[in-house]
Design a binder for this molecule. Sequence first.
Ligand SMILES: Cc1cc2nc3c(=O)[nH]c(=O)nc-3n(C[C@H](O)[C@H](O)[C@H](O)COP(=O)(O)OP(=O)(O)OC[C@H]3O[C@@H](n4cnc5c(N)ncnc54)[C@H](O)[C@@H]3O)c2cc1C
Length: 415
Amino acid sequence: MKTVVIGAGIAGLVTAIRLREAGQDVTLVTKGLGGLQLGQGTLDVFGYNPDRVDSPIAEVEKVAAADPGHPYAAIGADAVRTGVEYMAGLVGGLLEGSVDENILLPTAVGAMRPTSYIQSSMANGACTAGKKLLIAGPEQLKDFYPQLIAGNLARTDLPGGGRVEARSASFSIPARGTEADSSGLQYARALDRPEYRRQFAAAIKPLVRDGETVGLPAVLGLNDLNAWRDLQDLIGAPIFEIPLPPPGVPGMRLNQLLTDLAKEKRVKVILGSPVLGGTAEDGRLVSVTVGSTGHDMVVRADHVVLCAGGFESGSLELDSYGVMSETIFDLPLVGTDIPEPTHGQYWGDPQPMFRVGVKVDSAMRVLDAAGQPVYANLHAAGGILAGAVRWTEKNGEGIALGSAIAATDAILGGI
Ligand SMILES: Cc1cc2nc3c(=O)[nH]c(=O)nc-3n(C[C@H](O)[C@H](O)[C@H](O)COP(=O)(O)OP(=O)(O)OC[C@H]3O[C@@H](n4cnc5c(N)ncnc54)[C@H](O)[C@@H]3O)c2cc1C
C-alpha cells in the first residue's frame, strides 16, 4: 500500500515514520519545514483550559466527553497517550515526562509554563519552594534577559505555596570570534565543541554560589545531545535550559532527529514542493499533484494523510473578504460561521479564526457537512483539525501526535 503524507511538521513526520515501520510505501511531500522549530522542544498535551491544567490526560478525557467539536473528541485519550509515548520513544531518551502530570518550567520571560514532556536538559528547572536559582547568560546573546527572568520567577507564588529564590548574572563570551550580537543557533553550534564548552563553563563557574541551580539559555548544543551534561560536570552544579523565543534550539533538535529518522526508515521525501491538488475516482483520491519546477508531478496514492498545519503554514487561508478556505483539496471547513474571524486586540482573546479547520471521524477521515467522508481514503492530522486554539490551550503536540496515531491505526487497520 502506498500512502502520501503531506507536510513535514510533527504530525507529518511521525505519521510517515510509523507507516514505514509497519512496512508501507510512504512518500512525504512538503512545501517547507514544519513548526517544530518554532515550539519549545517540549510536548504540550493540555496546559490551560482556561485555568492551568495539572493532569493533561485527564483534561483530554474531560474535553473529549464534553465538547464534540474539539479535536480530542475524535482522537480520544488512548491515541494521545500512545502518540506522545511513541514520539518520546522515537527520539531515544531526549524527552522525559508523562501525560498524567504537567511539569512547570520557567520561560524566557520568567513565567511558569505547564508541559507534559520536556528535554532532559530542562529537568532541573522544575521549581520547588526555597530552591535557589542563578539565571545566567552571555551578554552577546540576543533574546535572553537573566534579570527579567530571575525577577519574575522570584515574585511568583508556586502552586503548592512558597517561592523560589532567584538572582541573575551575565558573563561575556562571544559565540564566534569577537561577534557582539550572536543568535542562539550560533551558541548551540559552538557548544557542540568540547573546547568551547570548557571556555563557556569557565566563564560561569565563578558566578555560582553553593546550593544554586543554574538556569541557562536553551542553546547547550545542537547535534551533541549530551553537551549539557558535559557542561554541568564542568560547572560543578546542576544546570537547566530555558527555551528562547522562536525559532528555538530544542525544537531544532526534535526536528533534526525526526527528519533523520524518516530518511533512515526510507520515507521518500519530496522537499520544497507544494501539493496543489488531487485526482479522485469512485470517492477515493487516487493521486496528488505536486508542483515542481518546469512541470507538475503526479504521485499515485492508496491513502493520503493531510498534515499541512493551519493558517500559520498556509494550509488554511483567510482572504480580504473574510472567506476562509483549505488550499489543497478545497475541503469543507467548520467553525467559519463567525461574524468576525479576526479582532484587533493583539493581547486580547484568541482570534476566532484559529478554531476553524476540518472535521474528522475517529479514523481521522475528513468529513463533509452531512458527516460523511469527503474521500474514503483522505485522513487529516495535526494543526488542520478544527476546534482548538493550540497555542493558547497548549495542546498542539498532543493533538498532532494523537491524530497521527489515529490516522495511521485506521490505515493499517484497512480503513
Ligand atoms: C509561533 C508558534 C508557537 C506555537 N506555540 C505553541 C505552544 O506553545 N504550545 C502548543 O501546544 N502549540 C504551539 N504552537 C502550535 C504547534 O506548533 C502546532 O500545533 C503544531 O506544530 C502543528 O503541527 P503540524 O505538524 O500539524 O503542522 P506544521 O508544523 O505547521 O507543519 C505543516 C507542514 O505542512 C507543510 N505544507 C503546508 N502546505 C503545504 C502544501 N500545499 N504542500 C505540501 N506541504 C505543505 C508545511 O511546509 C509544513 O511542513 C505554536 C505554533 C506557532 C506557529
